[in-house]
Write a protein that binds this ligand. Sequence first.
Ligand code: SF4
Length: 399
Amino acid sequence: MSFPEVIEQSNQVLQALVDAGERVIGYVYPHPPHEILIAHGLKPSLVRTNPSVVGAYEASLQTFSCSLTRNLFSQRVSSSFPLLAGIVFSGNTCDALQNVGDIWRKRFPEDRVLRLTYPVGDFGEASVDFLSMEIEALSNELTGLYGVAFSESNFRTAALLLHEIRDVLQLFYTVRLLYPSLISYNTLSNLVGEFLTAPTQEASERMKGKWEEVVEKLDTNQKNTVEQLRESLLNQDLSDFEAEIDSANHRIAVIGGMVEPSTLAGLMENIPGITHTTLVLDMLSFGFKTVFTPPVSIEGDPFRESARSILGAHSEPTQEGLPKRTAFLKDVLTKLSIHGLIVCEQSFCDPDEFEAPSLEKAAEEVGVATVKLPLDSELSDRARIEGRIQTFLETINAS
Ligand code: SF4
């Protein structure tokens, strides 16, 4: 499915939810407290960029706004934004998101603009304390705005649903790494896209149905290896993971910031020389990092457990923790036999631009070739980007 098709399908799903009387709340930063939002009777949905909307409304935004935030704001200005009951921006992550949230609230006072402020990194219980208070404040704001109080029983149902969805998506990611012929990257990115559009019971059932098809092709040893790798990826520790990886064909991974797997899948589909087993892993914010988030425990305080889960996810370029991220990347590249790494950067994204050189250096230190891929939300440079990927693949194939 191409990215415009993903957006069209996502809009149809959102429209169907709204028609059915659901309230859809948008989020921009990839780690919203899904379970808490659902506990207020809301459906959380990623606010996507739209390549067909040109970022023309830059006069309202500071020069440090990235292409992603410009595109979102332009969609709102041109009234091509999906129907949302509200939108949650993040605070304390990057200047661009802080800025666009402030401008949005000022320019469109009729919109329900909320903010969830994150700690700069995971510093144990102090960060849990901070984020849990912020999530609770958000929950209180939701009660006031929508008149629906936090429901403990909805929270429990949501925690179970999100656990099921993430669990099965983690298995797909792991199978893609170990046995890439069993699930295409396109299928994986479509399933992740469904999660991002709306984590519903129907989406969960479709994912489980697909998993039934995949799992019957695995023997017992393979199932054990899949489970072992999934745990290692979730715990961000590959030190105990050992397995034979079939690396006869070249294996590529992608890393970067706020990019969706379907954007990548769309870019890859027309590139000569790429096979259905080439792209084995994305480590993107809207893909791998969102999926490999530990489950929210239903024991204990819901706000603290929600905070603990969010902070347990793989950290973002907007957060402290670069040495841990580069160490994990090196383990992934070596233990999972990756031959080439594509480093994605949203245009004008400071966090991506600061992080990219360290990622390239880490890959270089373990002998893995890299290419940097600047992307804007409109993919205005698509032909050149595809050419760059093609040249990169040719270089790896020749080595
Ligand atoms: S792409 Fe970068 S600058 Fe833009 S919102 Fe995301 S982290 Fe912030």
